[in-house]
Write a protein that binds this ligand. Structure first.
Ligand SMILES: Cc1cc2nc3c(=O)[nH]c(=O)nc-3n(C[C@H](O)[C@H](O)[C@H](O)COP(=O)(O)OP(=O)(O)OC[C@H]3O[C@@H](n4cnc5c(N)ncnc54)[C@H](O)[C@@H]3O)c2cc1C
Length: 307
């Protein structure tokens, strides 16, 4: 119930307008975001690199409705890529398709992605196209495949969500194509005919998809994006069982979530990448993080009443 309410609020314009003018909400959100500026993001990435952690940087924003607004987003990503390169950060980039105009048109989004991928490719930086709600799934996968195959970008990857019923077929196909995929559980409000409603089913599907993908091809790459200890243990077991090379996978977690475990996995020799978002449009990202863990809501409420 609480998760569904929060996911509804994450997409509600009226709630965003109230929260973004609220200093306390901004302070709490900073647990999950690096800050509002590019300098904040670079600084956070540098610190994580110093701890032996890889990074993927995301400029916060989504659901853009005016084509001209996407120009500034592209320019920001180009500046970010330049900083990653000149500051020698061990960082990739993650982008949301609707931040680059997918809701306006697929061609616009593809042109914008091309500019970002070209700059990133010249610096050897990978770019992952994040996955948003299910109305965007087909178009996002089409963009990924077009950029990979027609535009020949070897530095592009995308995301599959284990809560979607369609994901088994997608993962099978993507493995055969030798894709670069991040597998997460999924963070949006979806109806039960499209997504498994129960956590137990989502978790079982996550493990099934990992096995299917890692055994479905010997050249596909998998980013295991989860904080769930049971998923981590199950994945490590599969990796041992099938003797999967460390060149074929990495773990990923979000900034501010299970930081101790992030360090522990890196110290144990796992490739561990932290998703580091920054920018002023933190509201929907923050509320999706609250929805993932009720304890975060109580933490927020405790701060609210000053205890
Ligand atoms: C690197 C990365 C990239 C992602 N990209 C996408 C994307 O492109 N599209 C998309 O739909 N989703 C994305 N997600 C979000 C993802 O879909 C899940 O919503 C999120 O990761 C929570 O799922 P979980 O696997 O951690 O397991 P859950 O079952 O949600 O959580 C398991 C345990 O992990 C801990 N935990 C999980 N979340 C939190 C939190 N917010 N705060 C504190 N503790 C927490 C708790 O201990 C919890 O009990 C991404 C996640 C990561 C890590």
């Amino acid at each position: 119930m609480l998760r569904r309410l929060l996911l509804y609020l994450s997409a509600a314009g009226w709630a965003r307008r109230i929260a973004t003018h609220w200093g306390l909400a901004r302070r709490v959100a900073l647990r999950f975001v690096a800050g509002e500026t590019l300098d904040d993001a670079v600084e956070a990435a540098r610190k994580l690199n110093q701890q032996g952690l890889l990074v993927t940087l995301n400029y916060l924003g989504e659901s853009i409705t005016r084509a001209e607004d996407t120009e500034a987003v592209v320019a920001t990503y180009l500046a970010l890529i330049e900083q990653i390169h000149t500051q020698h950060l061990r960082a990739s980039v993650s982008v949301k398709p609707t931040h680059l105009g997918l809701d306006i048109g697929e061609d616009l989004c593809r042109d914008n992605l091309r500019q970002i991928l070209l700059a990133a490719k010249s610096c050897g930086i990978p770019v992952t196209i994040d996955m948003e709600g299910s109305p965007h799934t087909d178009r996002t996968l089409r963009l990924y495949r077009t950029l990979r195959d027609e535009d020949d970008f070897s530095n592009v990857g995308t995301v599959i969500q284990a809560y979607l019923r369609r994901s088994e077929a997608d993962m099978q196909q993507l493995a055969a194509e030798g894709s670069f995929i991040r597998l997460c559980k999924g963070a949006y409000l979806e109806p039960p005919d499209i997504a498994f409603p129960d956590k137990v089913e989502v978790d079982a599907n996550y493990v099934r998809l990992v096995e299917l993908y890692l055994t479905g091809s010997d050249h596909a790459y998998l980013c295991l994006a989860t904080h769930d200890e049971r998923m981590i243990q199950a994945v490590q077991k599969l990796i041992r069982q099938y003797t999967i090379s460390p060149e074929r996978y990495e773990f990923q977690m979000l900034l501010g979530v299970r930081s101790d475990r992030q360090a522990e996995l890196a110290a144990a020799g796992e490739k561990m990448r932290i998703y580091v978002p920054y920018g002023e449009a933190w509201y929907p990202y923050f509320v999706r993080r609250l929805a993932e863990r009720p304890a975060n809501v109580w933490f927020f409420l405790r701060m609210l009443v000053g205890r």
